[in-house]
Design a protein around this ligand. Structure first.
Ligand SMILES: C=C(O[C@@H]1C=C(C(=O)O)C=C[C@H]1O)C(=O)O
Length: 432
C-alpha cells in the first residue's frame, strides 16, 4: 500500500489546500470510499473536522519509541514539504492521521498515514487538501465532481456476536482477582478491558458506521484510522499554538433511558465517593504528567457530569500552556508524555500496566491508545481510542473493546454491566 518508489528519506511531498464552498462538501463521511475500510480516515466532532483517503505516505513504528520515532519522521517530512495553503486553519495544509498501540509490547506499534486527499470544515470554512509526490503533480479535485462520485451505501449486514479473549463471566472473575490485589494494597486502581467479536454476513460500510456514531454521540470525537473506528468521549490532548487542552474522564454510571431517573443518577454520580476518588486519580495523574512541560495548568475544583446516550461520566477539562523550553513540543510528543493515563491504565502506572498484561488475557492493540491527527506545525488532536472497534481487512468482522476503572470498592457484576454499556455505541451503530 505504501509508495513503492525507493525514494531517499524524507521524500518531497507537495501539499495544496484550497478553499471550497461549504455546501460543496456535504456530509464529510460520505466522501470516503465505500470499498476499503482500511482506507477511511476521519476525525470529526459536531460535523466539524477532517476526513481523508488514499495514502501518499505511511510511517510505521514499534516498541517503546513508537511515538518519538513517528514524531521525528513526521517533522523531517513536514520540513521538506512544499506547501500552498490558502485557508490556514487547524487541519489545513498537510496532515497525518495516526493511531498507536496501548502497550509498547504490542505488535500493533504506531502508524501515521498521510492521505492523498483531505476534506475539512471548521468555523464556517471548508477546504480540500491534496498531497502528492513531486513526480505526480495533479490539479486539486473538483469538489462538485467529488460529491457526484460518491459511492452508493453498502447493504446492511446481519451481525452476530461471540466472546473475545474472555467471556463476560470469566472477565468478571479476572476483575475479582484484581479487586483482591487492590484491597491487598499492591495498587490503587487498574483499568480492566475486554473484547467482543462481531461477525457480519457482508462487509461493513465504514461510512454508515461513522455517520451513526457521530449522530448518536455528537459530543464525542468520531474517528477512523487504519481500520480502527469509534467515537471517543475522551480527549488526551489538543495542541493549538502552544495551548494544551485535555478532557479527563473517570467515574461512570449507566443511563436508564428515563430522563428523571437519569438526573437523579447524575446527581448521585457527582456525590459518589468511589467515583470522585477514581476521578481524582485520573486528573492528578494527568496534571503530574504535564507538569515538566508547562508553565501553568488550570483545572476546575470539581468535575462536571458528561451526559452520553449510554452512560454518564465525571469529566474535567484541563488546560495548560507549554513553557518556553518546550514550546516546540508537538501534539504527538505531548500525547506520548501523557500516555497511558490513569483513566485507561491505572495508578501507579507501572504496577497497573503489569497487572493488565497478566490479567486481561489479551493484547489491547490500539484500543485505549492515542488516535488522532497532526499538522505540519505539530498542532493536532489526539483522543484516547475508546468506544471503538478494529475492523478486519475483509470488513466482515470487528473486534469491539470496553474497559472499566477498578478500585477497592468495585463490584465485578457492576463492572460487567458497565462494560456492556460501553460496548453499546459500536453495537448500536453496527445494527443501524
Ligand atoms: C476504558 C474505558 O473508559 C474509561 C474508563 C472510565 C471509568 O472507568 O469510569 C470512564 C471513561 C474512560 O476513561 C472504555 O470506555 O473502554
Amino acid at each position: 500500500m505504501t509508495d513503492a518508489a525507493p525514494e531517499p528519506w524524507p521524500p518531497t511531498l507537495l501539499a495544496r489546500t484550497i478553499s471550497v464552498p461549504d455546501e460543496a462538501l456535504g456530509a464529510l463521511f460520505d466522501l470516503l470510499p465505500a470499498a476499503s475500510p482500511a482506507d477511511a480516515l476521519a476525525w470529526v466532532r459536531r460535523g466539524e473536522g477532517i476526513v481523508g483517503w488514499g495514502e501518499a505516505l505511511r510511517i510505521e513504528t514499534h516498541g517503546e519509541d513508537r511515538f518519538a520515532e513517528a514524531d521525528q519522521r513526521w517533522r523531517d517530512l513536514a520540513q521538506h514539504m512544499v506547501v500552498r495553503d490558502e485557508v490556514r486553519r487547524p487541519g489545513t495544509g498537510p496532515v497525518a492521521f495516526g493511531s498507536f498501540a496501548f502497550s509498547p509490547d504490542s505488535e500493533a506499534g504506531g502508524t501515521l498515514i498521510v492521505p492523498r486527499v483531505v476534506a475539512g470544515r471548521r468555523g464556517g470554512a471548508a477546504w480540500l487538501t491534496t498531497i502528492t509526490s513531486a513526480s505526480e503533480l495533479q490539479p486539486p479535485p473538483n469538489p462538485t465532481a467529488l460529491r457526484t462520485a460518491r459511492d452508493a451505501p453498502l447493504a446492511r449486514p446481519e451481525v452476530s456476536y461471540a466472546d473475545g479473549a474472555l467471556g463476560a463471566s470469566d472477565w468478571g472473575d479476572a476483575v475479582a482477582d484484581v479487586v483482591r490485589l487492590i484491597r491487598g494494597g499492591d495498587v490503587a486502581k487498574v483499568v480492566m478491558a475486554r473484547d467482543v467479536t462481531a461477525r457480519l454476513d457482508s462487509p461493513v460500510d465504514v461510512r454508515s458506521l461513522l455517520s451513526a456514531l457521530a449522530e448518536d454521540y455528537p459530543t464525542c470525537w468520531t474517528f477512523a484510522v487504519d481500520s480502527l473506528v469509534g467515537a471517543t468521549p475522551e480527549l488526551l490532548v489538543r495542541r493549538e499554538r502552544g495551548l494544551i487542552s485535555s478532557r479527563v474522564l473517570a467515574g461512570t454510571i449507566q443511563r436508564t433511558g428515563d430522563d428523571e431517573a437519569d438526573l437523579a443518577r447524575a446527581a448521585s454520580l457527582a456525590r459518589s465517593s468511589k467515583d470522585l476518588e477514581e476521578h481524582e486519580f485520573a486528573v492528578d495523574s494527568l496534571t503530574r504528567s504535564l507538569e515538566p512541560y508547562v508553565a501553568s495548568t488550570s483545572a476546575p475544583e470539581a468535575p462536571f457530569v458528561l451526559h452520553l446516550p449510554n452512560v454518564m461520566h465525571l469529566a474535567t477539562d484541563v488546560t495548560a500552556v507549554l513553557d518556553d523550553t518546550h514550546a516546540d513540543m508537538s501534539s504527538l510528543e505531548v500525547a506520548a508524555a501523557l500516555h497511558p493515563t490513569a483513566a485507561v491504565c491505572g495508578t501507579p502506572t507501572d504496577v497497573a500496566a503489569r497487572i493488565i498484561a497478566e490479567h486481561e488475557s489479551m493484547d489491547r492493540a490500539r484500543y485505549a491508545g492515542p488516535v488522532g491527527w497532526i499538522g505540519a506545525d505539530g498542532d493536532g488532536e489526539w483522543g484516547i481510542a475508546l468506544r471503538s472497534a478494529e475492523v478486519a481487512p475483509d470488513g466482515r468482522s470487528l473486534r469491539l473493546f470496553a474497559g472499566c476503572g477498578i478500585v477497592a470498592a468495585s463490584d465485578p457484576e457492576a463492572e460487567i454491566a458497565e462494560s456492556e454499556a460501553k460496548l453499546e455505541p459500536m453495537r448500536t451503530a453496527l445494527g443501524r
